[in-house]
Structure formats: structure tokens, C-alpha cells
Design a protein around this ligand. Structure first.
Ligand code: FAD
Length: 275
């Protein structure tokens, strides 16, 4: 077994990261990746750092601490803007996984099927990184660069996820397709955040996961929704808008099935915004 360190402060953690450590948050991706072999990593457990935990509202938006768990998110009273992210949280594994697994762990693991990514893309979220030389903030779309790849540099930690406040009241929604209803890896999932005025869409962000190496926004569909009444959104979904997706064949579904299923998923998701 390697070294184990559980700092109480962010400063202590960042000083430790002057040399390589494997970061451990909830461990729900870390441990399954090491089944059947001894853990010889030097482990930096960030679960004891209070400053990385919790959800706070400020004038410009919300700060979701990196080690906020899915259960904490579900239990925090938040505006309807967060309905989609909360729906995703309820579908991340079962209750035990939601109690341990963290939002930032889901992003850093960067699985194409990470359920947190589409709703956070649809919220326009940014990721805050800290290292010994300071902090930097970048859009989530720029943080995850490929299957299991992020721009996290050696010595850096994700410290928070920031969700900006929309100009007007906004709602969001999330739908996941799996081989069964719960406890399942997504075949495809879709998330939407809509700003609506007088029953018409003023602004839209739509993101799809598990249909490309990294979850993708669908700009052509977003544009097609502007000005549409909330009762007519599903009819605006067209196959040509799915061009950013590049689904693969795998044990959970064929590329062709995913391509068709995601169009249906998007129509259902958007139909859910009707009063
Ligand atoms: C039974 C089971 C069911 C699951 N179901 C789902 C599901 O339905 N949907 C889904 O999306 N996921 C699912 N997962 C995966 C997992 O639970 C989530 O991805 C979870 O959010 C990971 O968070 P964690 O805190 O446990 O990450 P960890 O396992 O602690 O870490 C994951 C990775 O991120 C790095 N890391 C973590 N936090 C930071 C940080 N702040 N800064 C830098 N690096 C960091 C770690 O070094 C590691 O590489 C499931 C896992 C299990 C075991």
C-alpha cells in the first residue's frame, strides 16, 4: 500500500500536490477501477476539506463545492433551474452511491456516460481549478477534452462548479435511457435548460451524453427552439440537428439505435416543458 493523506485544508492539499498523489473523493469511481489488485497509489483523500463542500448562492450564481455529494445536491432547496441536475443526481447509481459520489468526481472521471455532464453543460456551468500557483476557471465544455481526459494539470484540484444565474426564470430537465429504469449506465441521456417568457422560449441550452466521447451541446436544436411556444417544442427536433453526435456500438446499444433513441429522448424531454 502507498501513502495515505487526508488534509483538513485546501492549502495543505495543494502543498502536498507538489509531488504526485492520486486524488480520492467519494471513491465510487476510484475503487471499482482497482478491483482485484492491491491499491499501491499514494492517496490524497480530499473528503476532509470543509471548504470543498456545500452549495452557496451569490449574486452571480451558485457555487457547488467539488466534494458536494449527489445526496447533498438532492436535499438542498434550489430553484427550478436545478430540476434537471437533481433528476440526474437521483439516477446516479443507488442511494449508497449518491451518498458517497461527488459532483466533481463525476466530471474528473470524464466518462462519456457521466450523468452529471449534460445537465451541467445545459446550465452553462464553469469549473474552478486550484493549484499552488493560483486558481483558474473555465467552461465545463473546455474542461473535459475526451473519453477519460480533462485539462486538469498535475498539482491541480477541482475546487468548485459554478452555475450562472439566468437573466429570467429558467427551468431545466433531464432524461436518461438505460436498459432498465434504475441502477444502470446510460445508453443515452439528454438535458435541457430553457428560459421562457409569455410561453415562448427566449433562450435554450440542450446537451446529450453517451452519444459521443464527450457530451455535446446541440446548437442547431437550441436555435430552432427560440421563439417556439412551450407546447410545440417536441416538433422542432430534427435528425439534422444531431450532427455533433458520434455514437458508437457497444454492449449497451448500437450506434444506429442510439441515434434514433436520442431523438425520441429529446422529444420527450422537451414535451415535458408543456404546462
Ligand atoms: C455501483 C455504481 C453505480 C454508478 N452509477 C452511476 C450512474 O448511474 N451515473 C454516473 O454518472 N456515474 C455512476 N457511477 C460512477 C460514480 O459514482 C460517479 O461518477 C461519482 O460522481 C464519482 O464521484 P466520486 O467522488 O466517487 O469520485 P472518485 O472515485 O473519488 O474520483 C473519480 C476520479 O476523479 C478524480 N477526482 C475526484 N475529485 C477530484 C477533484 N476535486 N479534483 C481533481 N480530481 C478529482 C479522482 O482522482 C478519480 O480519478 C457509479 C458507480 C458505481 C460504483
Amino acid at each position: 500500500m502507498g501513502d495515505y493523506l487526508r488534509p483538513a485544508t485546501l492549502e495543505e492539499a495543494l502543498q502536498a500536490l507538489a509531488r504526485p498523489w492520486t486524488v480520492l473523493a467519494g471513491g465510487t469511481d476510484f475503487y471499482p477501477a482497482r478491483v482485484g489488485r492491491a491499491i499501491d497509489d499514494d492517496v490524497l483523500d480530499i473528503g476532509g476539506i470543509g471548504a470543498l463542500r456545500g452549495i452557496a448562492e451569490g449574486p452571480a450564481g451558485w457555487r457547488l463545492g467539488a466534494t458536494t455529494t449527489w445526496s447533498e445536491l438532492i436535499e438542498t432547496p434550489l430553484p427550478r433551474l436545478f430540476d434537471g441536475l437533481k433528476q440526474a443526481a437521483r439516477e446516479v447509481g443507488g442511494r449508497q452511491i449518491q451518498n458517497a459520489g461527488t459532483l466533481a468526481g463525476n466530471l474528473c472521471n470524464a466518462s462519456p456516460a457521466a450523468d452529471g455532464v449534460p445537465p451541467l453543460l445545459a446550465l452553462g456551468a464553469e469549473v474552478e481549478l486550484a493549484g499552488r500557483d493560483g486558481t483558474r476557471r473555465l467552461p465545463l465544455a473546455a474542461f473535459i477534452t475526451g473519453n477519460r481526459r480533462t485539462v486538469l494539470a498535475p498539482g491541480e484540484l477541482v475546487v468548485a462548479i459554478h452555475v450562472p444565474k439566468p437573466a429570467r426564470g429558467a427551468r431545466s430537465a433531464f432524461l436518461k435511457l438505460g436498459a432498465r429504469r434504475y441502477l444502470v449506465i446510460s445508453i443515452a441521456m439528454a438535458a435541457a435548460t430553457l428560459e421562457v417568457e409569455d410561453s415562448r422560449v427566449i433562450a435554450a441550452r440542450i446537451a446529450v451524453g453517451a452519444c459521443s466521447a464527450v457530451a455535446q451541446r446541440l446548437p442547431a436544436l437550441e436555435t430552432a427552439l427560440i421563439g417556439a411556444t412551450v407546447n410545440s417544442l417536441a416538433a422542432r427536433v430534427e435528425a439534422s440537428q444531431l450532427v455533433p453526435l458520434s455514437p458508437i456500438d457497444d454492449v449497451r446499444g448500437s450506434a444506429g439505435y442510439r441515434q434514433e433513441a436520442v431523438a425520441t429522448l429529446l422529444r420527450r424531454l422537451l414535451a415535458g416543458f408543456a404546462p
